[in-house]
Design a binder for this molecule. Structure first.
Ligand code: SF4
Length: 202
């Protein structure tokens, strides 16, 4: 079937994570992911998703971007499963700067303006292969299994920024304290919190 399988198009809102946290943007959330992390807080199921042509996606994004911030966050699910040249050209042609967050297990089919790689090996014992080992920022979700050695291993990769972000589940208070401690002892890393959840925007 033709078109991109889209779970949500929404905005205007704020980017909640990483180096651009707090910036106004609109979101394109693709359906479907190639992983199934036990912690996942995102509904990417194909049920309820819709197929859109690139031009339809752009038209909706332009309508959503009422303040003309022209910053688009492309996420999922796993955006690398669908992001391609025709869609990249269409949204960039409309003036959007494209920020993408991927789990890093698949190469992107087209360039973006800001690449966030968020590996999640702790949820896939021995079955997680990080294909994308360079980009703008690496964001590591911290739970009770993440250690100093993980930060030290990832910071050898070719990223400009390294973020440790506490998993926002029932153990959040402990995980936040653990993340702060890890970052304090690894100065190449910065703390990222899910600002959008704290301030209550989608
Ligand atoms: S990679 Fe991301 S979207 Fe996919 S299952 Fe894991 S947390 Fe959810």
């Amino acid at each position: 079937m033709a078109g991109y399988l889209v779970k949500e198009l929404f905005g205007p809102t704020l980017q909640g994570e990483g180096a651009h946290a707090g910036r106004p943007c609109v979101f394109l959330r693709f359906a479907v992911c190639n992983l199934a992390c036990s912690w996942c807080d995102t509904d990417f199921a194909p049920e309820g998703a819709e197929r859109f042509a690139a031009a339809e996606i752009v038209a909706r994004l332009v309508d959503l971007d009422v303040h003309r911030a022209r910053m688009l966050v492309v996420t999922g699910g796993e955006p690398a499963l669908q992001w391609d040249v025709p869609l990249a050209e269409a949204v960039r042609g409309a003036g959007f700067r494209v920020h993408t967050e991927t789990n890093g297990t698949r190469a992107l089919g087209a360039p973006v303006d800001w690449l966030t790689v968020s590996p999640k090996p702790q949820f896939h014992e021995g079955r997680f292969e990080l294909v994308m080992q360079s980009g703008d920022e690496l964001k590591l979700v911290v739970d009770e299994t993440v250690t100093d050695a993980d930060l030290e291993r990832y910071q050898t990769l070719d990223f400009r920024h390294f973020f440790a972000q506490p998993c926002m589940d029932a153990r959040y208070a402990d995980t936040l304290a653990r993340t702060v401690d890890l970052v304090a002892r690894h100065p190449r890393w910065r703390l990222s919190v899910q600002l959008h959840k704290i301030v209550g925007v989608p």
